[in-house]
Write a protein that binds this ligand. Structure first.
Ligand code: FE2
Length: 435
């Protein structure tokens, strides 16, 4: 008898008992229409390419698909300043000459250009992260995926590194309404500086970033940056050199994350899956395959803690979509064939038309000794994290434990994120024979 023979409730229960996760997927097709400008490496279109793979592999049949309810200005103000959000809302390429001073002050111009629909774009990618976190808080899903999110460089009052609104911070703030401790993990090749900075002085969020360090954007994230005040030892940084390969990455990621899970015991995890750490990235200098990158996802999922899984960087877009489609399959515990299914962006994947990518023969400049020494130093720091006696649930009257420095409001009401039916999704995808 197959699971399909049972009611949805019993199927869901049986799947959970069998270790299967309830995986929700937040996607807004509009996002792929936004454009940073000619020649800019950040291309929102990559999220639509990933979506087409997720659909044509049939993975969406196992996902609960949602079109997120659009966040409002007040949602963005939970982290960002009024003047910055007003600037993002009001400024357009047509009137930017009236805002020259603010453009400079908010770092909008070159890396972070002002393009048509910028504010709507920010709201769309943030909606999936906040809505996803709210869904986890309601215990309706074990994993929520928002590949359009992960814009980890944005600061309270400043755009940075192609990021304007920091959906990672806003998603974590939502998770903090329910969970006493939230872990943020970042496998983008760039340091997760915006998230680290937001939570540097609190122990309610531990940030852990694995990144290229040394003469590389944004320049922060030394191993000795461990947090400050109450947040001391709640920031973890693994600085790396060029050429990280699968084996080396797995050998540092698994022990560091195991130690964090044991010592910090988070109630929820936000996992930023920036794909610019893959081999052959236009801006990246690592040498990971999809399997190495995806092993981080597999390992994080294995702890059975709610996961908000978001995107991030990634500039060789045919590999970004491969990576996020593969990692969706990992979250679903579903094998997918290496031969890519036909879809409307099929020509991007030539000449091999395969899912998996081959690492290059570049040298790994991270010696075994360097990696072991750095890992040892981090594991020593983690021993100093005060072990919690029990997971405290917050968000209920009388149990909220929020330091004043973190703007956490009341738990969000059940949100009317729009459920997208399979029929609707099928209808959005052109049949191969139409080509
Ligand atoms: Fe990045």
């Amino acid at each position: 008898m197959s699971l399909a023979s049972f009611s949805p409730f019993v199927s869901s229960l049986l799947e959970r008992m069998a270790g299967k996760k309830r995986v929700s997927y937040f996607y807004d097709d509009e996002l792929g229409n936004y454009h940073y400008g000619y020649g800019h490496p950040m291309k929102p279109h990559r999220v639509r390419m990933a979506h087409k793979l997720i659909v044509t592999y049939g993975l969406y049949k196992k996902l609960e698909c949602f079109s997120p309810r659009m966040v409002t200005q007040s949602d963005l103000l939970q982290f960002h300043s009024d003047d910055y959000v007003n600037f993002l809302r009001m400024t357009t390429p047509d009137n930017m000459h009236e805002y020259l001073q603010q453009l400079q002050r908010f770092n909008v111009g070159e890396d972070c250009p002002l393009f048509d629909g910028l504010y709507e774009y920010c709201k769309i990618y943030t909606s999936g992260s906040i809505g996803g976190a709210a869904r986890l808080n309601q215990n309706k899903s074990d994993v929520v995926i928002n590949w359009s999110g992960g814009l980890h460089h944005a600061k309270k009052s400043e755009a940075s590194g192609f990021c304007y609104v920091n959906d990672c911070v806003l998603g974590i703030l939502e998770l903090l309404k329910k969970h006493q401790r939230v872990l943020y993990i970042d496998i983008d090749i760039h340091h997760g500086d915006g998230v680290e900075e937001a939570f540097y002085t609190t122990d309610r969020v531990m940030t852990c970033s694995f990144h290229k360090f040394g003469d590389y954007f944004p320049g922060t994230g030394a191993v000795s940056d461990v947090g400050y005040g109450k947040g001391k030892y709640a920031s973890v940084n693994f600085p790396l050199k060029d050429g990280m390969d699968d084996e080396a990455f797995v050998n540092i990621f698994r022990p560091v994350i195991s130690s964090i899970m044991e010592n910090y015991q988070p109630g929820a995890i936000c996992l930023q899956c920036g794909a610019d750490s893959l081999a052959g990235d236009r801006l990246g200098v690592f040498n990971l395959s999809l399997r190495g990158h995806g092993d981080c996802v597999k390992f994080v999922k294995s702890f059975g803690v709610p996961v908000l899984c978001i995107g991030g960087g990634g500039y060789t877009i045919r590999n970004v979509s491969r990576c996020w489609a593969y990692e969706t399959s990992v979250m679903l515990d579903t094998d997918v064939q290496d031969e890519l299914p036909f879809n409307e962006y099929f020509e991007y994947y030539g000449p091999d038309y395969r899912l998996h990518i081959q690492p290059s023969n570049m040298e790994n400049f991270n010696s075994h000794k360097y990696l072991e020494d750095t890992k040892f130093e981090i594991l020593e720091y983690l021993k100093r994290v005060e072990k919690p006696s029990a997971q405290i649930q917050t968000g209920q009257p009388g149990t909220t434990q929020t330091p004043k420095s973190i703007p956490v409001g009341e738990p969000r009401e059940a949100r009317p994120d729009e459920r997208v039916s399979r029929e609707e999704l099928d209808a959005r995808i052109e049949h191969p024979l139409e080509y």
